[in-house]
Design a protein around this ligand. Sequence first.
Ligand SMILES: Cc1cc2nc3c(=O)[nH]c(=O)nc-3n(C[C@H](O)[C@H](O)[C@H](O)COP(=O)(O)OP(=O)(O)OC[C@H]3O[C@@H](n4cnc5c(N)ncnc54)[C@H](O)[C@@H]3O)c2cc1C
Length: 411
Amino acid sequence: MLKTYDVIIIGAGASGLIASIIAKLDNKEVLLVEQMPNIGTKLKATGGGRCNLTNKLPQNTFIEHFGKNGRFIQDALNTFSQQNLIEFFESLGIKTDAKDGFRVFPIGHNSQTIIDAFKNKLSQLDIKLQLNCAISSVSKNDDIFLVSSKTDKYFSRNLIIATGGLGYAKLGATGDGYNIAKQFGHTITQLAPAMMPLKTKESWVKNCKANTIPKTTIKIDIPKYKKLKASGDLIFTDDGLRGPVVLDFAREISMLLNTYDQVPIKINLTKGKNQEQIYQHLKSNSISHPNKNILQILQTLIPKSVAIEFLKLLKIDPTIKYNKIKGDKKEQLVQILTSTPFTIIGHNGFKQAMITRGGISLKEIDPKTMQSKLTKGLYFCGEVIDIDGPCGGYNLQWAFSSGYLAGKLLS
Ligand SMILES: Cc1cc2nc3c(=O)[nH]c(=O)nc-3n(C[C@H](O)[C@H](O)[C@H](O)COP(=O)(O)OP(=O)(O)OC[C@H]3O[C@@H](n4cnc5c(N)ncnc54)[C@H](O)[C@@H]3O)c2cc1C
């Protein structure tokens, strides 16, 4: 006779890991199943391997960043707040820091420390973990869930779906959670890739690869959408743009790409300086450094590789002095610095999407418990639900808070 667990958790990512610990601490018989050979594969890749766990915003402001669905996360955050998360990791032996006063990372900024801490806790609590186990079907009979992989069957009184979204299949994304939810009558809202790098028509970007430009501002250059803008750090890639500002803005642009073949944008690469300020900056620098050529002067504003490309585009000799540049070329130079034009031509979809927009409809989940309103004993947590936040620790906090709440198995 096969054992019946109190709860089976599908997915040992951020939300599933914490759910398993909370359930076990409440003396539940727990089985945690994961299709990958290791726990927390995506978690390990977060924050560029540094793992931006959460942030320091006041709770109200934190919630506002989740947009119109934000209210749904209130109960989960009340149960397991940003401070609770910091204390939880401290209890696992991980201290955190927030060097910029905003984003919280484990000290040492190495996500492996988080994975190791989870591994230790799972083994200390003797939580049954089944790795390399992809769940392919779920059913429910007489209050008992039957959870099957190709080779094994497991039984439980409760089931937590913590299978994540569709982005980065190589890190374990399967979309299986949506299918399981559908099977129990749940609605899946439209799924779309979010937080991904963008491809530009301008191929010169590849020559500036890996250069980070801090505090840029991006605006859409379509009259109807002029008000859409975002600010933050930007990084050039082989075929376009990435960095926090681009990842956050990608959701707006991907929607526009459904209507337009190309989306023109303008970027201020000079920390928001306006044309007059740039003009004065170039002029005063060339006066105080009369021996410097224009390429050297531009490097007081932007990285050398970008300055080279701008001068190439404007056909300005990089070795000449600023005061030798003709009036209209000076104007063009000021223009390109404060309002660099790019044309967005696409993105790589879910392959590089850090987040999935859409998911299991909020209307069918009780935010106070994370339990399905349609099937008793069925719980959801993390990215599989129709909630997504911007860059900056929002999504992991949501995964941990909702996982914590689901793990309590409240009904
Ligand atoms: C590159 C990258 C960097 C990121 N950086 C950050 C960051 O710094 N801060 C932040 O807040 N957010 C970040 N995110 C987002 C964050 O990682 C996710 O929001 C979070 O991991 C979601 O947690 P989850 O538990 O819902 O899903 P996941 O962490 O994706 O876990 C789901 C797990 O379920 C398993 N699974 C799926 N289907 C099955 C199945 N059928 N059977 C068994 N197991 C299954 C998967 O293998 C996976 O391990 C980043 C995302 C990416 C891709």
